[in-house]
Design a binder for this molecule. Structure first.
Ligand code: 5GP
Length: 193
């Protein structure tokens, strides 16, 4: 097991409905030393890639992206969830369905912060069905920018997102891929590298 898998086994909680709760270290209280290790690992895995910007989505991607950005020496832009409908002129927009909240959000990024010269690393905490990532990819494409890679902390390998994103040809680096989890026993298994 790698460092993140060990942390998930130690402090993650399996909930009914295929939800993994990691709020004691990933998306509520944040373990910054762990984030730092994650950033170093992505830097290694994306070595040689020309990355000048990190794009993530609020809220739980932001902390991870910021610490990772220190390893890449690049700024972070986060897609904001928005209720406004009249922003098409100045903003790139995408619809994202939330796995955890079961609702749809419009996410927006200002045209000031993403353009055709950008080479973007996408970062997020979870990959489940891939809706959040597909929204971010759509925004990068609208800007005429390039997705250089995708870094995910926890991929739920038994949901369809990972397959969809890899089939699109992107370099997707998930630091822990959960193969199965059982909320009654609390057991978690990971995909072998
Ligand atoms: P997707 O769009 O890939 O279906 O889901 C990704 C988003 O849903 C992530 O940004 C994350 O916030 C949330 N998410 C999906 N599955 C889980 C889970 O098992 N646990 C937690 N804490 N968040 C999840």
């Amino acid at each position: 097991m790698n460092f993140l898998e060990e942390k998930i086994v130690k402090d993650g909680i399996v909930k009914e409905g295929n939800v993994l709760k990691v709020d004691s270290f990933l998306n509520h209280q944040m373990d910054i030393e762990l984030f730092n290790q994650m950033g170093a690992e992505w830097k290694k895995r994306f070595a040689g890639k020309n990355i000048n910007k990190i794009l993530t989505i609020e809220a739980s991607g932001i902390g991870i992206a910021c610490i990772a950005a220190q390893h890449f020496g690049v700024p972070v832009v986060f897609a904001k969830k928005s209720k406004s409908i009249n922003l098409e002129g100045e903003m790139y927009t995408a619809e994202v369905e939330s796995f955890t909240h079961k609702n749809k959000n419009k996410v927006i990024v200002s045209k000031k912060f993403l353009n055709e010269n950008d080479h973007v690393l996408l970062i997020d905490d979870f990959l489940a069905n891939g809706c959040a990532l597909q929204g971010l990819i759509q925004i990068v494409q609208s800007a005429g920018a390039t997705v250089e890679g995708i870094g995910i902390a926890v991929e739920k390998g038994f949901q369809s997102g990972g397959k969809i994103i890899r089939n699109l040809g992107y370099q997707l680096e998930s630091l822990a891929i959960v193969e199965s989890m059982d909320w009654e026993t609390g057991s978690i298994t990971f995909r072998e590298e």
